[in-house]
Design a protein around this ligand. Structure first.
Ligand code: GDP
Length: 454
């Protein structure tokens, strides 16, 4: 698919942000991300036309509303089909819109890529292109400076260290392969594998940090589950405290699932109280159950509530069985619980974090908060601070992918040459993150000085 995308406005809070998609398939990507309220298809829109509508994710859930402007080649900045989506200017929303474009086939644009395309499509001369760079350089400097600042952090050092390891390994492999007469020690497959695995695990952690950082900014998707009457609503109200948080609908077809923001210590939860997951023939309830199930799948934190004053029934058992390690178990109604029932729930939920509490009088709230806060401790958004844009995250993911291929090649007995190719691919991605990519053409060199989205 030929489409690149980037946030074309400043990476800062503002009234609106513009995400630009350009390329032969730009309107196909835009059509998957943006649904005009008029029902008009983006691909059928003429140049210089706009439409108001919703920005939707793959499940058809609305992320934001906004305006799309369509440009038809050659009458656009790049000379290609272009869509510009104006969404609300929150940093998180904008990132999400950008990510949606990527998920639907667009590649994150490199620095100056739009202007480079404009140049390649004959829209402007090189001198003109450089003049554009001058115009944006004031902002570019700032962007660069903030990028540089965050790059001085620990995470940047980690990337550099991983890259250095790969480069050393590549050096060893090359020396051994290219200079057989030197009688160098053979590079052992096991040592190569060890380096690959170690590099991969560092990078995976970095990607995870990015996601967690972003998630913490917006709130951890969470859900309260349990059969009716165990005290889910009471627990939700307890967690909400006096400050009733903003109630937002979860975007979707029905308004059954209400989401509340709950701040526990440093962590914000986006918490849903679900109707439960019972098998049912009732059509309306079925929709609720389906929503709850989907929410459960998306949730990073699951709070499962049981009634400690009653022995577990089949529904409780089924719920306990379905929980994974992300779950926190609340055995509620400790003010009137039975020791035998509590014992039984603890047995069913062995290995999970369990809190006995009374949602009506607040006993156990601190313990629950402590467990949740601890679970998300240490993610102060530092990851997000470094990998401020999708492009960088994508590079890291591509680097991991290359390492996976290298690993596979090694384990399936392919030659070290084949492994080397993949390792080089991985190192190249990292080098581009640390700004050490050696570009092979003057054009690349010039445009690489632009900021992303230009
Ligand atoms: P939900 O259906 O799971 O949302 O349950 P509710 O929150 O509506 O609570 C059901 C009933 O249990 C209500 O009468 C609550 O007052 C009561 N309840 C909730 N938590 C506790 C508790 O900790 N102790 C006692 N004794 N009753 C509770």
């Amino acid at each position: 698919m030929d489409a690149v995308c980037a946030v074309s406005t400043a990476q800062a809070q503002g009234a609106i942000s513009v995400v630009r998609i350009s390329g032969k398939d730009a309107l196909i990507v835009a059509g998957k991300v943006f649904v005009p309220l008029s029902g008009k298809r983006i691909e059928k829109m003429t140049g210089y036309s706009c439409a108001y509508g919703n920005i939707v994710d793959k499940n058809g859930e609305t992320l934001d509303d906004g305006v799309i402007t369509v440009f038809r080649e050659p009458h656009s900045y790049t000379g290609e089909d272009t869509a510009e989506i104006s969404c609300h200017g929150g940093i998180y929303v904008t990132e999400r819109v950008l990510r949606l474009c990527c998920e639907n086939g667009a590649e994150p644009a490199d620095r100056g890529e739009f202007t480079k395309r404009a140049f390649l499509n004959g829209k402007m001369s090189l001198t003109q292109a450089e003049a554009v760079m001058d115009i944006v350089s004031a902002q570019g400097e700032l962007t660069l400076k903030s990028a540089r600042l965050s790059r001085e952090g620990r995470l940047f050092e980690e990337i550099k260290a991983v890259k250095a390891r790969l480069v050393t390994l590549l050096g060893e492999l090359a020396a051994w392969a290219d200079y057989p007469e030197e009688d160098l020690p053979q590079v052992e497959g096991s040592a190569v594998l060890e380096t690959i695995d170690e590099c991969m695990s560092v990078q995976r952690r970095l990607v995870e940090n990015y996601d967690k950082g972003l998630m913490l900014k917006k709130g951890v998707p969470s859900v309260i589950v349990g059969k009716p009457n165990v005290g889910k609503s009471t627990l939700l109200n307890l967690l909400l405290g006096f400050e009733r948080a903003i109630v937002t609908d979860t975007a979707g077809t029905t308004r059954d699932l209400l989401e509340e923001s709950v701040r526990l210590g440093d962590v914000t939860l986006r918490l849903c109280d679900t109707a439960g997951l019972r098998e049912t023939d009732d059509e309306v309830e079925k929709i609720g159950v389906e929503l709850a199930r989907r929410r459960l799948d998306e949730s990073v934190l699951v709070i499962a509530v049981f009634d400690g004053s009653e022995t577990p029934c089949d529904e409780d058992r089924a719920l306990a069985k379905s929980l994974d390690k992300n779950a926190v178990v609340v055995i509620n109604k400790s003010d009137k619980s039975s020791a035998a029932a509590v014992e039984e729930y603890r047995r069913l939920c062995a290995g999970l974090a369990v809190v006995e509490m009374s949602a009506v009088d607040g006993v156990g709230r601190d313990e629950l908060e402590g467990i949740i806060a601890e679970r998300f401790a240490g993610f102060d958004g530092e990851g997000a601070a470094l990998f401020v844009n999708e492009r960088q995250k994508k590079r890291l993911e591509m680097s991991i992918e290359a390492l996976e291929s290298a690993r596979e090649a090694l384990l399936s007995g392919m030659t070290l040459d084949a492994v080397t190719v993949e390792l080089e691919r991985s190192a190249e991605q990292l080098a581009s993150l640390t700004g050490e990519r050696i570009t092979d053409s003057v054009v690349d060199e010039i445009f690489s000085r632009f900021c992303v989205g230009k």
